[in-house]
Design a protein around this ligand. Structure first.
Ligand code: E4P
Length: 217
């Protein structure tokens, strides 16, 4: 499973990158707004740090606007994946982008039928939001299973990206189900590596090391 960071913060992105785990980045307008810098500046900086796919979202909601913005975003760097909302005009634009070789991440997906339509339109990535479904008492991870089954049934190549990840169990479930990608906020990435037995074990090894004569190699 590929691991993306769900962040527009360059410090977090650099830290995750230096841990050797980063396959890509997802951003959205809310994450960009937190940085207090122009959109283009943030995206270019991320492109300079990360090798994999970098999702940058369009703001337009009409077909012509989405196509125009998407083409501009795609010109910034080969790594750019144009993030398009799962609306009628968005799917029309995804069809055009797909014919032009521009990669898309269809976002704000909350149902298996929406995911089916996005794949038909030629989406490179589909982003079902599991945490936001959990928030309204729907089992978000169930949607991931449904989409994976539908895509496997018909051989769609669209990658399933588990979005709106809130805790480590979302990541475990995504990997067990065989999701292609999980995009994870930085705080959850740090939670993934923690285990109390690791900390206790290391403390004990270091204490015992003090008993070794000379304490050198
Ligand atoms: C995905 O690409 C979205 O940016 C993100 O996962 C949304 O997560 P949230 O529901 O925590 O805002």
């Amino acid at each position: 499973m590929k691991i993306f960071i769900d962040s527009a913060n360059i410090k977090e992105i650099r830290e995750a990158e230096s841990m050797g785990l980063l396959d890509g980045v997802t951003t959205n307008p809310s994450l960009i707004a937190k940085e207090g810098k122009p959109f283009g500046e943030v995206i270019r900086e991320i492109c300079s740090v990360v090798k994999g796919d970098i999702s940058a979202e369009v703001i337009a909601t009409d077909f012509e606007g989405i196509v125009k913005e998407g083409r501009e975003l795609a010109k910034i760097d080969d790594k750019i994946v144009v993030k398009v909302p799962l609306i009628r005009e968005g799917l029309k634009a995804v069809r055009v982008f797909s014919s032009e070789g521009i990669k898309t991440n269809v976002t704000l997906c909350f149902s298996p039928n929406q995911a089916l339509l996005a794949a038909k339109a030629g989406a490179y990535i589909i982003s079902p939001f599991v945490g936001r479904l959990d928030d309204i008492s729907y089992e978000g991870m169930e949607l991931i299973g449904q989409i994976l089954t539908i895509y496997r049934n018909y051989g769609f190549e669209t990658q399933v990206l588990v979005a709106s990840v809130r805790h480590p169990m979302h990541v475990v479930q995504a990997a067990l189900m065989g999701a292609h990608i999980a995009t994870i906020p930085f705080n959850v990435i740090t939670q993934l590596l923690k285990h109390p037995l690791t900390d206790i074990g290391l403390e004990r090894f270091l204490a015992d090391w003090k008993k070794v004569p000379g304490q050198t190699l």
